[in-house]
Design a protein around this ligand. Structure first.
Ligand code: SAH
Ligand code: SF4
Length: 377
């Protein structure tokens, strides 16, 4: 008898799940019921889905799963930041990604915000020179199921059992974990559709942010497919420096990137702006001249700038710009009318930088597995 692997229902948006129902000879509206069980009630056991007839529940249990990844390591910071290393797939070597939760304010308060930072790939092929994930290279794309499951899992871990919607520990999702989301476009798009669906996580488009190093054609596709909030990892405002820091700039240089940014925000009202991320590297991109280049580049754009103090990791030759330099740089931008924030470093007492914890877990596993790298570091 040929048995195929069970289908993980986390991997389907509403339309996809309706197709699955049709294939199984059921009415498409069953998909809506199942999604509400999974995402509203946080149920992963088909047996508990009581408005579905028992024979179909049994058939679902035989052919499908709703399965979240296994936790390899977790850390909690004094400031409430939580970080999980999750095993993805059934790869014998156990590839891993990180998911990070960053709370601001108290749950229940109007100003509360709980941001979940999720991964889209195991490693990354973009090879940005200051990025620990980039240094690992790309192992593989995550599936849509593995992306969606990060949010489902975190909502549970944060105490949303029973009603993932109303607990609302997580108010915002950002694709700022491991990987370049637009290099794994179709899985990321399916996941976003589940995040936005009222029968899914019910998040608004403004609360889901895709962060990209600048994959221009996919920025246009995202704009037409679901126009979520967008963050662009700029890091340099001239092509020579950006070629060095963000090598994809050689393929899509600043002129093309900024044109794509203009297209992304066009006809979207004044509220729509792009957040430009700018990592502060001591003596590399943090001079007054660099600030002037940035002002020139973004001057007429609906833009916010987010300065990120560099997070060092073993083996890097970069260092973080001194705090006074970051403040001075921020003030130069503000004086010329650019809305500028400085990212507070969170979770400093745990391995804060993207990709760091995975690096540590892997070197331990490497030992255990007798020298086989889990993610090539
Ligand atoms: N690949 C996507 C999203 C993930 S990285 C992107 O590059 O946009 C999220 C942000 O963290 C990006 O702006 C990235 O450039 C930045 N980043 C990566 N490594 C960093 C480090 N060591 N210190 C500070 N920021 C870093
Ligand atoms: Fe990839 Fe983003 Fe890291 Fe660049 S900064 S290597 S795009 S994860």
């Amino acid at each position: 008898m040929v048995t195929s692997a069970p289908r993980n229902l986390f991997g389907h948006d509403r339309e996809g799940l309706r197709d699955v129902m049709r294939e199984m000879g059921e009415k498409p509206f069953r998909a809506d019921q199942i999604m509400q069980w999974i995402y509203r009630h946080g149920v992963s056991d088909f047996g508990a889905m009581t408005n579905i007839a028992r024979p179909f529940r049994e058939k679902l249990a035989e052919t499908c799963t709703v399965s979240a990844p296994e936790v390899l390591e977790q850390q909690e910071s004094r400031d409430g930041t939580r970080k999980w290393v999750l095993r993805v797939g059934d790869d014998a070597l156990g590839q891993a990604v990180e998911t990070v939760f960053i709370p601001e304010g108290q749950r229940g308060e109007a100003r509360y915000r709980g941001t979940l930072c999720i991964s889209s790939q195991v490693g990354c092929a973009m090879d940005c020179s200051f990025c620990s994930t980039g240094k690992q290279g790309l192992s593989r794309n995550l599936t849509a199921a593995e992306i969606v499951a990060q949010l489902w899992f975190a909502a549970h871990a944060l105490g949303g059992n029973g009603d993932l919607h109303n607990q609302r520990a997580i108010t915002n999702v950002v694709f700022m974990g491991m990987g370049e989301p637009l290099a794994n476009y179709s899985a990321v798009l399916t996941a976003i559709r589940v995040f936005l669906d009222d029968f899914g996580f019910g998040l608004s488009k403004r609360r889901v942010t895709v962060s990209t190093s600048g994959l221009v054609p996919f920025m246009d596709r995202l704009r037409s497919d679901c126009d979520t909030a967008l963050a662009v990892s700029l890091h340099a405002a001239d092509d020579a420096l950006r070629n060095e820091l963000v090598p994809i700039n050689r393929k899509y240089p600043l002129k093309e990137l900024m044109d794509a940014c203009r297209r992304y925000t066009r006809d979207r009202g004044h509220k729509m702006h792009i957040v430009y991320e700018y990592v502060m590297l001591d003596g590399v991109n943090d001079s007054d001249a660099n600030a002037r280049d940035l002002i020139r580049l973004l001057g007429d754009m609906p833009a916010k700038v987010n300065l990120i103090p560099f997070n060092p990791f073993p083996g890097t030759s970069y260092t973080r710009s001194p705090e006074a330099r970051v403040d001075h740089f921020a003030n130069l931008l503000r004086r010329r009318g650019l809305i500028t924030t400085v990212r507070r470093t969170r979770g400093d007492d745990i391995d804060a930088a993207c990709g760091q914890l995975v690096g540590r877990v892997n070197s331990r596993q490497r030992n255990r597995l007798g020298g086989v790298p889990v993610v090539s570091a």
